[in-house]
Write a new protein. Structure first.
Length: 169
């Protein structure tokens, strides 16, 4: 139980760090229109929209469930409002897409962006795009297992050290 909370917290920290890397207003100078266009092409080639397409529906569903826990009798109305909000807010995913595009465009030169786009258009680049989600899933699973074991080990060490101090945890 504690291990799963630690793992969830770890994912939250990783997500927060990712968000900080694309926070608005971080760049000293605005990327050129060509850099933005190349960055957008890279993200399109990579299928980056899959990263944020489900964010709004998940947030809406979480909010609905909070209200549903408070009053289960409102299920149908909450479901109707959730559907309305998903449609109403769908365009907001463009905000995060723009921020991610700017992050790419501000961290690579225009030539590097063109080279990256060329890579993703190549057969090996397309393979990377195809395989990467599977690899990320495997990596996340490995991290979760590793963090769970490490958490158990740390808890045991705490217990051992606290026992030496006369505390039985």
């Amino acid at each position: 139980m504690i291990a799963s909370r630690v793992v969830r917290h770890s994912y939250s920290v990783i997500l927060a760090l990712g968000v900080l890397t694309v926070a608005p207003g971080v760049w000293a100078e605005q990327p050129s229109a060509d850099a933005i266009a190349s960055a957008k092409e890279i993200l399109d080639l990579k299928g980056a929209n899959l990263l944020y397409d489900s964010v709004i529906p998940r947030i809406v569903e979480q909010a609905k469930n909070i209200f549903l826990q408070t009053n289960p009798m409102l299920g149908k109305d909450l479901t109707d409002v959730a559907a309305q909000l998903r449609k109403e807010l769908a365009f907001r995913q463009l905000e995060v897409a723009d921020e991610i595009t700017k992050a790419y465009a501000s961290r690579f030169t225009e030539q590097e962006l063109k080279d990256i786009a060329n890579f993703y258009r190549s057969p090996i680049g397309r393979k990377v795009v195809f395989e990467e989600p599977k690899l990320l899933e495997l990596a996340a699973s490995a991290i979760q297992r590793w963090a769970g074991k490490l958490s158990d080990e740390i808890l045991d060490k705490f217990r051992t050290e606290m026992k030496k101090k006369g505390h039985d945890l």
